[in-house]
Structures are given as C-alpha cells and as structure tokens.
Ligand binder design. Structure first.
Ligand SMILES: Nc1ncnc2c1ncn2[C@@H]1O[C@H](COP(=O)(O)OP(=O)(O)OP(=O)(O)O)[C@@H](O)[C@H]1O
Length: 406
C-alpha cells in the first residue's frame, strides 16, 4: 500500500470544519519515500503517526481510551487515508471515525465509503511497523513488556495469535483459581480432573504461542544482528573497538530444574509434549505456590550485546540502535513473507545517536525502507543524503504546511 494523503478532522489537536473555517479538516500529502514531519514539542507530529497507526490497526499506540482522540470539546473525529493498493492496482480510501455516544465512544471503519463491520477485515490493509521512544523501555523493563512486544509483531504476521494469547490467559486464570482453592472445598478427584483439563488446553495453546514466538526470534536474529552492526559500527579508530555483536534469543520457562523434557523441543509437537510434561512435573510446586510457574506467560525475549543482557549493559544510544535494528529486521522479514515492505513510522528517531550513528541509521533506512514517515524537532537532524526522495512538512499547532520537497 502506498500512502498518498491523510485528512485529520477534529482528531487530537487538528481541527475539523468550523463555521468560520469551512473545509474537511487538516490535510497532508506523503512523499513517495520519506515524509519528514518537523516542528516544536507539542506541535502534533506524533498525533499524525497515531492517526496513521489507527488506519492500520484501528488502535492508538498511546491510549485505549478513544475519547482522548477527539479534539477537546468535540464529539466526532475523522481520519481519512487515501492510498494506492499495489495488489489491486487501485486507489483506495480508508476512513476511521470516532463518535462520542451517550454511554461510550465508538470507532468505526470504512473502506471506499463502505462500513466494515468486522475489525479483522480492516486490520492489515495498511501494514505499518512503528517505532516510538517508549519502545526503548522494553530492554530495561519487565519480561511482560518484552513478551507483549513480540506478540504485537506476531499479530501483524498471524491474526490468530492475539486470540490464542487471550485463550491461554483465560485457561491460566482458571487453573490458578483451582490451585488456590482450599483442598477441603474441592474433592481431590474433581480437582485432579479439572487440572488435567486445564493442563491439556494450556499445553496445546501454550505450545502454539511458544512456537510462533520462537520462530519469530529465529527469523529476525540474522537481519537484526546485521542491521545493528551497520548502525553501530565501531570501526572508528577513536573508539578502538571490535564490533559489538547483537544477539536475540527466546527464553522458554519450560526448561526448568524440575522439568527437563524427554523430547526435543524443536517443533510444535515437541513443544506441546514438553509443556504438558512441565505442567505435570511442577503441579505439586504450583499447588503450594497457588499459581502456575511454567509456561509462555513467564517466557522472556533476551536481547544481548556481546552475550550480556542489553537491559543491564547497553547505553541509551546503543539501546536505540538495538530497537531500531529490530524494527528494520521486522521490515525485512515482512518483505520476504509478503513481497511488500510495510510503511515505517518513526517517532523522534535520531535523538541520542551520535552524528556518525545517526548517519549510519539514515543510510540503512535509505537502503532498506520503502515508504517512511518520521518525526523530528529539527529537519536538519534527518540527513538522508542527496538523491533520496523526501518531503518535509512543518507541523505547527495543529497546522501542516509543505516546507520543502526533493
Ligand atoms: N484530544 C486533544 N484535543 C486537543 N489537543 C490535544 C488532544 N490530545 C493532545 N492534544 C495536543 O496535542 C499536542 C501533542 O501532540 P504530539 O504528541 O503529536 O506532539 P509532538 O509534536 O509529537 O511533540 P514532541 O516533539 O514533544 O513529541 C499537545 O499540544 C496536546 O495538548
């Protein structure tokens, strides 16, 4: 999908038609490759990325409260994206409306003017890979944040993934409830029967989740290491350094001291067996703890620099280079799978990178990326080099104007 034009009406700080100022709202046209949105803090640059993300996923990446997207004091907002669908060879128009009702605020989606009733029919028409500065928190944050990070990527690959995660969580809650129940209140045979049923379901769905996450990490490992090496090259004599190797690994909480699976865990049946066995082996311990202590709800994504966990080791700039390398790997992977590159959305991309890393990043982007929309406080930070098509737009207090084009 090639993005052409975006219209924002009463979305965040972008105004819609008013009696004094008739018109459809605030419009912008994208460059064929790079669109650089620049402006001061609070101008509305991230709001534009948020609107694009909404057209891709029907969700915001900043809030679950749809009301927050309505311009203050307004009851209706509209985001319209005109694009060229390369698969169909046709222009298409995606529209998301947000309407405040008496009891709740509703989102609705239209494609070429027709209401799309099922959200799953709307997702993924615009494929986007998003980087925001909040992503940097995943390295130092909790394993839960890293699992969610992987699950979001997987959702773009396979729609069933999120439903499976929800099914797994439901089974887990039920199992934990039984584990916590006082033995006097639940006859032993009934308790064992219930736990056997939950274990079976958890092993089946859990193995799917584990298998997909593991597969993703394996697919991204090489492009991730290559993209990081390119951005963070240490051949500069001043740094006297050998290159730092970036690594990705998936840590499954099934391979515990209590449970070493008898089968290999290299494929889905092996993972299912191992998970079933681990749940059996740790049942007594789980009953004492009142919770399930093995399974993909406890797994982790390990991001390492020269073998050391990046969360403990990486500098701010290195952390940024690692997360950006992951996004570039995701982009390459999507291209290999679908033959199309998703649009890259980069919020405040180059701060914290020194000038040389910043130049390497933009060199990588110019090589790897199809269409990219990025934000910055100063367009001079975005050095894409001569010959790379870019369109610079100034965002100022909810207004957008073309600043330059090349
Ligand atoms: N619902 C809303 N109605 C009106 N204005 C809003 C609404 N939500 C956010 N804003 C305004 O939008 C602006 C924030 O926009 P945004 O986050 O896009 O800024 P930005 O240009 O990315 O800034 P920075 O460079 O600091 O990241 C703020 O001025 C905020 O007051």
């Amino acid at each position: 999908m090639e993005l052409r034009r975006l219209t924002l009406a009463d979305f965040r700080n972008f105004r819609g038609a008013t009696p004094e100022q008739p018109g459809p709202g605030v419009e912008l046209a994208f460059g064929e490759r790079f669109t650089v949105l620049w402006g001061h803090n609070g101008a509305g640059k991230t709001n534009v990325l948020e609107a694009l993300y909404l057209c891709s996923t029907l969700r915001s990446f900043r809030t679950t409260d749809a009301k927050a997207l309505l311009r203050r004091g307004q009851d209706h907002a509209r985001v319209e994206l005109e694009a060229f669908d390369d698969d169909l060879g046709l222009d298409t128009c995606l529209e998301v409306r947000i309407d405040r009702g008496a009891r709740s605020t509703r989102r609705s989606a239209r494609v070429d003017g027709k209401l799309v009733r099922s959200a799953t029919d709307f997702y993924g028409r615009v494929q986007a890979v998003l980087f925001t500065p909040e992503d940097l928190g995943i390295l130092r944050g909790s394993p839960g944040g890293r699992r969610q990070f992987l699950d979001r990527v997987l959702f773009a690959r396979q729609r069933a993934h999120i439903a499976d995660v929800q099914r797994y969580e439901k089974l887990l809650r039920s199992r934990n409830r039984v584990l916590k129940t006082d033995p006097a209140e639940l006859p032993r045979a009934e308790r064992t029967r219930m736990l056997d049923t939950y274990d079976h379901g958890l092993a089946e769905v859990g193995a799917q989740i584990w298998d997909r996450r593991q597969g993703l990490v394996e697919d991204l490992r090489e492009p991730f290491a290559a993209a990081f090496a390119h951005i963070h090259d240490r051949r500069d004599p001043g740094e006297g350094g050998a290159a730092l190797a970036a690594g990705l690994a998936y840590g499954a909480r099934v391979l515990t001291r209590e449970s070493q699976p008898a089968t290999a865990v290299e494929d889905l049946p092996g993972r299912q067996q191992a998970l079933a066995q681990a749940l059996r082996d740790t049942r007594r311990r789980d009953e004492a703890a009142g919770r399930t202590t093995v399974g993909p709800h406890l797994d982790d994504l390990h991001v390492r620099l020269d073998g050391v966990e990046a969360g403990d080791f990486a500098s701010q700039g290195q952390a940024r280079a690692l997360v950006l390398a992951f996004k570039i790997a995701e982009l390459r992977d999507a291209q290999q799978r679908h033959g199309r590159r998703p649009t890259l959305l980069l919020d405040d991309v180059s701060s914290e990178l020194d000038p040389r890393r910043s130049a390497r990043l933009f060199e990588t982007l110019a090589q790897e990326v199809g269409q990219c929309v990025l934000t910055t406080t100063d367009a001079r930070y975005i050095e894409l080099g001569a010959g790379v098509e870019r369109r610079d737009l100034q965002v100022r207090d909810g207004q957008i104007r073309v600043a330059s084009e090349s």
